[in-house]
Design a protein around this ligand. Sequence first.
Ligand code: FAD
Length: 478
Amino acid sequence: SPSLLWFRDDLRLADNPALTALAEAGAPVAALYVFDEDSPGLRPLGGAAKWWLAQSLRALRAELEQFGIPLILCRGPATRLVPEVAAALGAARVAFNGRSGAQAAKVDHAVAARLAAEDRQVLAFCAHLLHPPGSVRGGAGRMPRTFSAFQRAAMKDRRLTPPLGAPNRLKGMAHPPEGEALDSFGLEPEHPDWAGGLRTAWTVGEKAAQARLSAFIREDLAGYAGGRDLPAADHVSRLSPHLSFGELSPRQVLFAIRHAADAGTVPGSDADKFEAEIYWREFSHHLLAEVPDLARRNIQEAFDPFPWRECPGELKAWQKGRTGYPLIDAGLRQLWQTGWMHNRVRMAVASFLTKHLLIDWREGEAWFWDTLVDADAASNPASWQWVAGSGLDAAPYFRIFNPVTQGEKFDPDGTYVRTFVPELARLPARLIHKPWTADADTLAAAGVRLGITYPRPLVDHAAARERALRALESTRKS
Ligand code: FAD
């Protein structure tokens, strides 16, 4: 009798232990994806991630078709649908790879229990992380509270085994039950179609992810440690959405990076830095396993009385990239246009929202959740809390990025700003991060009319900094 593979955040054939287990079982295979916005506690995907999901499911379906494996699509609660599809197939076994977060684990346990009660074998694996959640323990027998201690503890006994290849002996199931049409899920915008920038920026799916990884190792890994801070340079991998949707596993990524370093084709220091970033991802996911409401509550409760401001107008200006600070605006427009933002600028815009505007980190987290193609239930809230100062091993609140000097340091010739804020493109580099300091002739020559073609700064940096420090002081006292 047939086997059922339940796909989730693992939309790939290679290094997919659930698929490999079913290939080894030898029976014909059908595949299932459940678009689940109904299970309690599961966070519905944001707009950009839904767009990505639609493309990724199409790519996966095409890959599976080569083996004659049908991809059945359903919409609704997984706890009901997975057992129903398994029953309709008469499946002897159901395999899946685990997901992050306590709520997702709860759904998985409920599904597994129902399948087992119906005498179906359940095969569950961990393939989205290098270390299963809960397995990295520090001195006190719990997850280490600082990133460096976490990485040290995780790597102490690590054996980085080679990733699994895509199985070559797969048999599809002959007459699978029909699922629903992908188009009926409403994952892609129709009117208005805002996804043009996403289509231009990305190629989605496992093949594209593998090609991106190879290109990154070949062209940009050497020099990553220094180049990763420059938003105009192409020295980062842009693998984040591929990792979020599991088109690649972290093991595949890290194994290839270490292999390149061991072969001497890239410096070990660049590979080490990249490995640390993959461990930041692990750190966030392990944290989510402990703190299911990571996107809602401060990890450090001392932050609870913080006097966040309610100001929808300023929040809107920030979302639209109209704060009057060019680096901040460039980042937020890059996000809107491409569904992604460079890490250095993510930190700057998050700091600006929470410290210059004193707007709650949850507002920024929600905006990123809706607009990022790599929106990640662990890394997004953990990173927001890290910047805001309420997170684990967080940057101290009193470290307030100056958006002008950040721009001058990391985008010295203004290339990044010119790309995403074209109305400032003709300003000289020495003024591009602070157009309000330019004299009238220079502004006129560059075609900039402050307050008309480009906004004046929403807040004054020095005054905003003082206000943020006062807010912190008042929180400490209470
Ligand atoms: P690279 O520099 O090439 O890094 C390789 C991989 O390591 C990334 O693909 C990612 O999986 C992981 N990684 C790198 N930096 C981090 C980090 N700081 N924390 C966790 N994982 C990391 N990353 C997401 O994947 N999803 C999010 O929703 C997300 N939200 C963020 C929100 C804020 C406010 C900040 C400051 C950071 C956020 N990050 C998030 C982390 C980081 O910015 C992105 O992972 C990175 O910019 C993705 O680009 P890349 O793949 O080119 O990164």
